[in-house]
Design a binder for this molecule. Structure first.
Ligand SMILES: [Zn+2]
Ligand SMILES: [Zn+2]
Length: 139
């Protein structure tokens, strides 16, 4: 391989990686999540970007190091990922079709956190609370 070819291929690869990262950022920021890696791959494909699992995992790792995303565990085999800048919220998860929706509680849980902190002499960093059941379609 000539030097110019090497340069070209790595240059093309670099550009594609940048596009994958930019597109993932866009998807995570604006689409309805939280997303599994498979869902992210599918959304990249819809936008005409071919990427493999390893690439997506690497990008997610980058986002996580930068504190841009958080991992959401909904009791599935795989984790889901969500942009962390979003307003504080919880999720409702359909046990049948696995549809996930964001919900905001009418009461925030700060009072409960203070109560637990006093009761347990424990300093709370954050909490996770998800609701599981059947969506309107699956009832
Ligand atoms: Zn459902
Ligand atoms: Zn909360």
């Amino acid at each position: 391989m000539q030097i110019s070819d090497q340069f070209n291929s790595s240059h093309t690869k670099g550009t594609r990686l940048t596009r994958v990262r930019a597109t993932l950022t866009h998807i995570l920021k604006s689409d309805h999540g939280p997303f599994s890696v498979a869902e992210l791959l599918q959304r990249l494909r819809v936008r005409g970007l071919r990427a493999n699992k390893t690439t997506v995992y690497r990008q997610l790792e980058f986002f996580r190091r930068e504190d841009l995303i958080k991992e959401v565990n909904l009791g599935e085999k795989q984790s889901r990922y969500e942009w962390s800048e979003r307003d504080h919220h919880h999720h409702v998860v359909c046990l049948k079709c696995r549809k996930v929706e964001a919900v905001r509680l009418s009461e925030n849980l700060q009072r409960q956190e203070r109560f637990i902190e006093q009761e347990k002499k424990f300093i709370i960093n954050h909490h996770e609370l998800e609701f599981f059941g059947l969506c309107r379609k699956c009832q």
